[in-house]
Every structure is written in structure tokens, then in C-alpha cells.
Design a protein around this ligand. Structure first.
Ligand SMILES: [Zn+2]
Length: 571
């Protein structure tokens, strides 16, 4: 067993590691008066800050979830460390040499700490290798994108040697076991380095701990065809929770209540070097809710609509992010979402290269709210010079506005929309409210694929003359007549098999069941549409994109309605 840390040293660590500084590197803290600070709690999801930090007492407490304690407790909880590990990390941070109660120097650190140290050692190793003759291709890649040696150093860009064993040899020499290196995502089970012959960007958390790497292909004979690969999921590296550049952007994000989301590592570099210090990028995955939560904590959005998350788009990505944000995301987040579309289609890295730093700053400055961007797209596909065109535009844009849950925002967008259409505000408001009430499950008018009305589901057989059901009817007829014997036994067995209900078959059960069936097909259509949207460039194929987007809005409303029905919550 490991040695215990000297009690006096624990006290010194607790005194010297300032709790406001330590917590402040994970959460934006603002003055709350009376010597206290507050911020968004990292231990539960919240939108108004209930985490209170009192530096004078060295204490934190969350009024929302009840987490609390001193600076050591905070480290234990935030990084999932043991008490000893937490003290050791803090001691490193403030430069205290720990003494241990039992003989032997340092305790055997736990797996997480070993992984953290191995990742840092790997980052240092890769950084040094960028100067090697072997790395000339990597340096050329950077130079061609406008990054000199100083820029590479600032972002810790490194090079993984080509021989496939360089890192594992180096780290074995530092007494890391192969098992530890595999667990950290640095070495493959086969014993080869996880990355070889690639340019590497270290991905750190907001506390500057290296969690993993992003790697760019450089050589034609690279056995991995993917242009970019990342550290696999490990105890520390979770792709849905990491953002490249967060360590560099953290302070600016908190100060400006703004975060800029770009596409890649070189875009983050270009943005920072151009003066956009709030830039980050998701790594090998789409920007998701967990990323949004992470940013929100750092922005410490006290008043709901102050913070801005700006997505820069170079074309393709617009569709992806727009659809994702509107339908997958958290509504409060959407309200604060902006888009910055570069008309030339250049990404920030190329933009800086061709037009200089100011062009990148301008791109960000030209942001517009996501809703207005999408609404503008939807509206622009109609001929607004004609009355029927304006009406059609209203019909396609209204579901979008109706999907906004925050009523205060809705009226603003109603005004925007009426301005875009050149229509009366009241008329627009009326349409939006009509759509909203229908989405809440009160079908205003039957449509072709509407759910079977409950009366019919209960008692009646479908009308044989119903043209909508003609195909089903003809097919059933054909099956029954052509495969008479097999069908008869099927009908008999279906007629006697027990139903998955207790007691009587209620109307509610029939409705829920049929809604469940329709839900499946609607969800399939949504998935197909989302995937097509992601592949459609909203700038080049504007019309097609907008059409699909409107269709998606309608399908989503339908999905929500069916979902409620399918669980029997509504009949
Ligand atoms: Zn909390």
C-alpha cells in the first residue's frame, strides 16, 4: 500500500492552492458580493448559477445539488481522483514537494494520474520530434497553412515518428507499463504506437491537462486512410466532452461570454492567431449537447440571453449544424446560437492565409442568430412578390418559429418574420400560434397521413372506397387469394395469440399501438432526411436544402405528437 501524505503538507496544499483559482479554471466565476463568487455548477446541469465559492473560507457549495467542500474535494470530484491523487495534483500545481508518512517517496499514483502523466510526457515527446529531419513533411504542412515555428509551439503541435515504436520505447524508459500506455490511448494492443507519421495536436481540458490527440495524415503510405484520427475513447478522453483549444480559449470565453466554434485544428490556430481568442473545435465528432454544456459553464451565462455561441460555416457544415442545433439541442442554447457564414466558402485557416487576420475577425463580427439565418433560408425559396408566395413562405417558416419554446423570443421572431415577408404582424402571429397548438397534439385539420381517428380505430373497418388505402387493400386481397392456405393458418394463429395487455383492449391501447407503428416510419424518414441535410451544401443547393429543412420541421412536430400518443399519454 501507498504511503500517506504528511498531514502538515496537506494543510499547506489546502492553503496555497487558491480555491477560486482552481475552480475558476473549470467554471467562470463572477463576484456575488459579500466576498463570494458564483458560477454554473459543473456537477449538475443548470442554467442559472448556484455554485458558490467563498475564498476566505476555502469552501465551495452548490445550492442546486448540494455538492460542497474544500479545494481538495473539488479536485477529487471534478477529475474523479482519490484524496491522495487530488492532493498530489494540487501540490504539482502550486509547487509543493510532498512528504509521505511512511518510507518510500511518492505513493503509487492511481491509474488516472498515471495516464495524465503519460499523456503529458507523450505531448512533450511529440513536440520535440517536430524538429527532427523525419518531420519535414509536418513542418511543410504547417508552413503552407501560414503557421511558423512560434505558432506551432504556442499550440503544442507535434510529430509522431514514422517507425511505429518510438513513443512506446520512450515511455517504457520512463517506467510506464504497456498496459498503462494502451489505457491512455497512446499505444495499440499490438504494441505499436497509436499514432505514427502524423502531425499531432494535443487536446487538453480547460485545466490544461492533456487528454488525447488529434492527428493529421501526412504520408501516402500511411496505413490508415483517414485524414484525421483521434485518441480512442479512454477513461480520460471522451470525444463528446472534449473541445480542441479550450485550454487557450477558456479565459476569453469567460470574459467575453462568447465562444466561436470552428471546424478543425488549423482553424482554431488561425482564429487565435487572428485575434479570435474564443475559438474551439470539436474533435472527430459533431458539436453536441455536452460540448454546449461545457461552454456554457465557462461563459457563466448569468442572464439567459447574453452569451453567444458562434458557429463559423464554410458551406457543408452549415446544414449539419443548423439541423442539429434546432432539433437535437437544448433550446436555451439555440437562442444564443449564431452563425457566421463565409460567402467565399473559405474556412478560417484559408481565409487568414488569403485575406489576413482582419478577415477572420470580420467573419465572426458578421454573425447572425441561427434562427434568423434558417428563417431567411426558408423564406427566400418563395416568390415574395406574389400574395400566394408570401402565404406559402409564412406556412413554411411558421413551424420553425412555433418550435421555439421561449415565448419571449417567439414574439421577437414573429416580428422578424413579418418584416421579412412584408406581412402584417398579427397575421403572422396567428399562423404561428395555430401551428404551435397543432404541434401540442390538437390536430387542427386532418392530413393525408394523419393517425387513424380514434372512433375508427375502435369499431369500424376501413372504408373500402378509401383511395388512400387502396394499395394496402389490393395487396392484402392478393395475398389472401393467392396464398389462401398459408394465410388462413396465419390469420387463425394471429386471432388466438394473446395480446400484450391486461384485460380488455382499450381505445387508448389501440391508439398507442398504431401511433408507435407510425412513429417508427416517421423516425426513419427523419433519419434519412437529416443524413441528406448533412450532405447538402446550403449555399450551393439552397433551394433543395431549405425544402428539406422545412420538411424536417414538419416531421419533427409529427414525431413529437406520435411519441406522446404512443406512450398512451394522450388519446
Ligand atoms: Zn450543483
Amino acid at each position: 500500500m501507498a504511503g500517506r501524505i504528511n498531514d502538515e503538507d496537506v494543510v499547506t496544499v489546502r492553503e496555497r492552492a487558491r480555491i477560486d483559482e482552481v475552480i475558476g479554471s473549470y467554471v467562470a466565476l463572477r463576484n456575488a458580493g459579500g466576498g463570494s463568487l458564483k458560477g454554473l455548477c459543473p456537477f449538475h446541469d443548470e442554467k442559472t448559477p448556484s455554485l458558490q465559492v467563498t475564498p476566505a473560507r476555502g469552501f465551495f457549495y452548490c445550492f442546486g445539488c448540494g455538492e460542497g467542500g474544500d479545494v481538495i474535494t473539488f479536485m477529487e470530484k471534478i477529475d474523479n481522483l482519490s484524496f491522495t491523487e487530488a492532493v498530489e495534483r494540487l501540490a504539482d500545481r502550486v509547487g509543493i514537494q510532498l512528504r509521505y508518512a511512511e518510507e518510500g517517496s511518492r505513493t503509487e499514483p492511481g491509474q488516472r494520474v498515471r495516464m495524465m502523466e503519460a499523456l503529458q510526457a507523450a505531448a512533450d515527446f511529440f513536440l520535440e520530434r517536430l524538429g527532427d529531419p523525419d518531420a519535414v513533411e509536418g513542418r511543410r504542412f504547417l508552413a503552407q497553412r501560414g503557421f511558423d515555428q512560434a505558432a506551432a509551439g504556442r499550440f503544442g503541435v507535434g510529430f509522431a515518428p514514422r517507425d511505429g515504436h518510438a513513443l512506446v520505447r520512450h515511455l517504457r524508459g520512463r517506467h510506464y507499463s504497456d498496459r498503462e500506455l494502451v489505457a491512455a490511448g497512446l499505444v495499440r494492443e499490438s504494441g505499436y504506437d497509436f499514432f505514427s507519421g502524423r502531425l499531432l495536436w494535443p487536446i487538453r481540458d480547460s485545466g490544461k491537462q492533456v487528454l488525447g490527440f488529434g492527428a493529421r495524415r501526412l504520408f501516402d503510405d500511411d496505413r490508415i486512410p483517414a485524414k484525421y484520427i483521434n485518441t480512442p475513447e479512454t477513461l480520460l478522453y471522451k470525444k463528446s466532452h472534449v473541445l480542441y483549444g479550450l485550454d487557450l480559449a477558456r479565459t476569453a470565453i469567460g470574459r467575453k461570454s462568447q465562444a466561436v466554434v470552428v471546424e478543425g485544428y488549423t482553424d482554431v490556430m488561425a482564429a487565435h492567431l487572428s485575434g479570435v481568442e474564443t475559438a474551439v473545435a470539436s474533435c472527430g465528432t459533431a458539436f453536441g449537447d455536452d460540448h454546449a454544456r461545457l461552454q456554457r459553464r465557462l461563459m457563466g451565462n448569468h442572464d439567459a440571453f447574453r452569451g453567444e455561441v458562434i458557429f463559423t460555416f464554410d458551406g457543408d457544415a452549415a446544414g449539419q449544424a443548423a439541423a442539429l442545433k434546432v432539433f437535437g439541442g437544448d433550446q436555451n442554447f439555440i437562442a444564443q446560437t449564431y452563425v457566421a457564414v463565409e460567402p467565399t466558402g473559405l474556412d478560417p485557416c484559408d481565409l487568414r492565409l488569403q485575406h489576413g487576420d482582419a478577415a477572420v475577425r470580420e467573419l465572426v463580427a458578421r454573425r447572425i442568430p441561427l434562427y434568423r439565418f434558417v428563417m431567411g433560408n426558408v423564406v427566400s425559396q418563395h416568390d415574395l412578390d406574389r400574395a400566394d408566395g408570401r402565404l406559402a413562405a409564412l406556412r413554411s417558416a411558421a413551424p420553425l418559429v412555433a418550435s421555439i419554446r421561449d415565448t419571449a423570443l417567439v414574439s421577437g421572431y414573429v416580428r422578424d418574420l413579418s418584416g421579412m415577408l412584408g406581412m402584417d404582424v398579427e397575421e403572422v402571429r396567428h399562423e404561428v400560434m395555430r401551428v404551435a397548438s397543432r404541434a401540442r397534439g390538437k390536430p387542427a385539420e386532418p392530413t393525408a397521413d394523419a393517425a387513424p381517428e380514434t372512433e375508427r380505430a375502435e369499431h369500424q373497418l376501413p372504408d373500402p372506397g378509401d383511395r388512400l388505402l387502396a394499395t394496402e387493400r389490393e395487396t392484402s386481397k392478393l395475398l389472401i387469394q393467392a396464398y389462401h392456405d398459408q394465410v388462413r393458418s396465419l390469420v387463425v394463429s394471429l386471432a388466438v395469440e394473446p395480446l400484450p395487455v391486461q384485460g380488455e383492449v382499450t381505445r387508448r391501447f389501440v391508439v398507442a399501438n398504431s401511433a408507435g407503428l407510425q412513429l417508427l416510419s416517421v423516425m426513419r424518414r427523419i433519419a434519412e432526411l437529416k443524413s441528406r441535410l448533412q450532405r447538402t451544401n446550403p449555399v450551393e443547393a439552397e433551394k433543395k436544402y431549405n425544402q428539406m429543412f422545412s420538411e424536417l420541421v414538419v416531421l419533427e412536430a409529427r414525431r413529437q405528437q406520435l411519441q406522446t400518443r404512443s406512450i398512451g399519454a394522450q388519446d
